[in-house]
Design a protein around this ligand. Structure first.
Ligand code: ME8
Length: 650
């Protein structure tokens, strides 16, 4: 039996969970349930990240002792997952004593093997991101390049982790394990980041105390551990690392899910820490995209944060979960809107799945008093069975690549086969013609298709599919998976249960949108400038655009994956550019006179990403590179430091 360990990030306790956190947790739960269904020994970990200055400050703002504050918010996460029936095996908290002991043991080991040394750190620190940034990376006015907040200069004694030592081993690892980072398109951006050079990492702080202190053996009690070192270690302390080690045989994890915002920590720091500890690396780090609401970033001040409980209350927890899994390709950004959810529910769940179930309940009631027997299915429906079993056999591959949306898309073809069989074989005509056996064979075929599809949909919609299975007289278990999916078997004779429609159509949005008056607009930067600035503008007044007009152009950082000369053209190069999307973009650029194809591979460029695709010499071009040209020639515009592919410019 395989051991299969699946993790989510541990979420900060400085705010309550929203649909972004729910998304990661839904995917992890889906993977864990699927793994169990296959009969694997599975361990699913989630939890909360409770240390660091940010939490300390949030607690202070609410006038609460930090531990009490952390207890309260941590409980809201745990309760939410319980309400959503998330099948976690452990909910870890970084304030757990066993976690502290494990982290200290790891630190001690890193000191012992020479990977941690003491020095001074002076730098600009972003409290919100719990990260130091070199001067060169700061945005105007000393702001954090990730979140835009003002950073503070901190000079302090610090212990450092020799991250630089792991630059080469990490690169070798990425080279040798092409599916370590999923989706694969994200691998390049991690590699170019590492290639640009890794600095040793400051892993302790003396500026605050809400954290795990360094091991007593160092006799340096004012140092507490950097929150990311503390947090990342949760994945092994949960298994008993540095303590009883009882569950360490689940390590290495099969899949560690994260949002793209924290991929760098999981694909660079975490593997380096593991190498230092002599532990194997996880098999996959899966980084998913970012959810927005109605096209905007969710933020409390805008009042547009989507509460997963609200969505579940109005639309059903599993319908919501299906929507999130199906709507967005893994790795890409997604937008939550009630319209998109309603459309998905009506078309996929009501029309395709729900109707099919209702139809066979209705027909079996009329023609056989609910009795269903698979005995003649193979005789009349060889082709449909074969087609369905072929599709079902390909599904596992999508799970392995975390392409759950594709998995579901393929799975839905089973319902198309079922609906088509009913249309083509028209059981009601056969009954009139006295060919009852044939009619019942079609009904039984569809019952079998629904049974097989329910098994495969189980990990995404556990309760709904259990209800369908119950109506179809069987239970979804590892044994039925083997019988109906692996061995391509059929259901034993049974009596179908009449159940009310599972997916009534939704006509109107069911959730109240936040009234406009409640939405506090964030102060607009231009306004602030106008009031403070006494300088008379020398910008020509003709042809000016507003900031909104500027932002209509989507400018993004791209990484050039491939570059080729275009035959018969002295000007054009054909590039494949990674913009953080599922598939790289093809861009035909008129830069051959200034750049060789070879010199561009692996470099970063700035791309106009929402330009209407055009054909150049018969080849599709899906974007444009930014470049500056003068009498000296042409120069591509590039980011000063490597940025993740798909990062917005502006
Ligand atoms: O980063 N869209 O915790 P965190 C999609 N404690 N996913 C989202 C999202 C959105 N809009 N917002 C949040 C931390 N997420 C650290 C992790 S792990 C050792 C330490 C999800 O509370 C997504 O998974 O900020 C993202 O990576 C995570 O929540 C960040 O959670």
């Amino acid at each position: 039996m395989n051991k299969n360990y699946i993790t989510t990030p541990i979420y900060y306790v400085n705010g309550e969970a929203h649909i972004g956190h729910a998304y990661t947790t839904f995917i992890a739960d889906t993977l864990a349930r699927h793994s169990r269904l296959l009969g694997n020994e599975t361990y699913f970990l989630t939890g909360t990240d409770e240390h660091g200055q940010k939490i300390e400050e949030s607690a202070k703002k609410q006038n609460k002792p930090t531990q009490e504050f952390a207890d309260e918010i941590s409980a809201t996460f745990k309760n939410l997952w319980d309400e959503f029936d998330i099948s976690y095996d452990q909910f870890i908290r970084t304030t757990d004593t066993s976690h502290k002991i494990g982290v200290q043991a790891a630190f001690e080991k890193m000191v012992a093997n020479g990977d941690i040394y003491k020095d001074f750190y002076e730098g600009n620190y972003c409290v919100s991101c719990e990260t130091f940034f070199p001067e060169s990376q700061l945005m105007d006015g000393g702001c954090c390049p990730d979140c835009g907040r003002v950073t503070t200069i901190i000079k302090e004694e610090s212990y450092f982790f020799r991250l630089s030592k792991y630059e080469k081993p990490l690169m070798e690892y990425y080279e040798a394990h092409k599916d370590f980072i999923l989706p694969k398109s994200r691998r390049n951006e991690v590699m170019s980041f590492v290639r640009s050079g890794l600095h040793d990492l400051s892993v302790t702080r003396t500026s605050f105390s809400w954290g795990i202190s360094v091991p007593e053996s160092l006799n340096d009690p004012k140092h507490v551990m950097y929150v990311w070192l503390d947090a990342l270690m949760n994945y092994v302390t949960a298994l008993g690392y540095g303590m009883d080690e009882v569950k360490m045989d689940f390590w290495p994890a099969n899949v560690q899910l994260v949002g793209k915002d924290i991929l760098r920590f999981h694909a660079i720091y975490w593997p380096a820490f593991l190498m230092s500890l002599g532990l194997p690396l996880p098999k996959h780090i899966g980084a998913h995209g970012w959810w927005t609401r109605d096209g905007e970033k969710m933020s409390k001040s805008k009042g547009n944060v989507v509460d997963p409980r609200e969505v579940a209350k109005h639309y059903g927890a599993e319908n919501f979960r299906y929507f999130m899994m199906r709507e967005v390709p893994f790795g890409q950004d997604g937008d939550f809107s009630q319209r998109a959810l309603i459309d998905r529910m009506n078309s996929d769940l009501s029309n395709d799945l729900g109707n099919l179930l209702n139809r066979i309940i209705g027909m079996s009631e009329k023609y056989s008093d609910f009795a269903i027997d698979s005995v003649n299915v193979a005789q009349y429906h060889q082709k449909e069975l074969h087609d369905a079993d072929t599709i079902l056999a390909t599904l596992e591959g999508y799970f392995d690549e975390l392409q759950i949306h594709r998995y579901l898309e393929e799975l839905w073809k089973i319902f198309t086969i079922g609906n088509k069989a009913i249309e083509e074989h028209a059981p009601w005509v056969k009954v009139k013609e006295g060919r009852l056996n044939e009619a019942l064979a079609t009904v039984a075929l569809v019952a079998n298709l629904l049974a097989k599809a329910s098994i495969m949909l189980h990990s995404v919609m556990p309760k709904t599919t259990a209800t369908i299975a119950d109506a179809l007289g069987f239970e979804i278990t590892t044994a039925s998976y083997k019988a109906l999916i692996t061995d391509k078997g059929l259901l034993a004779p049974f009596v179908i249960k009449k159940i009310p429609p599972l997916f009534p159509r939704v006509e109107e949005p069911l959730m109240q949108e936040a009234p406009k008056a409640m939405i506090e607009e964030e102060p607009k930067k231009e306004v602030a400038l106008k009031t403070e600035d006494k300088k008379v503008s020398t910008v020509p007044s003709e042809g000016l655009i507003t900031i909104d007009q500027f932002f209509q152009t989507a400018l993004k950082i791209g990484t050039v994956l491939e570059a080729q000369e275009v035959p018969k053209s002295s000007k054009l190069l054909k590039l494949q550019v990674d913009l953080g999307e599922e598939v790289p973009r093809q861009i035909i650029a008129g830069i051959r006179e200034y750049y060789s194809a070879e010199s561009l591979i692996g470099t970063q460029v700035c791309v106009v990403a929402n330009l209407k695709p055009a054909k150049l010499m018969g080849m599709l071009s899906e974007g444009m590179l930014l470049a500056a040209k003068d009498s000296e020639g042409l120069s591509l515009i590039r980011p000063e430091k490597p940025r993740f592919s798909g990062s917005s410019i502006g």
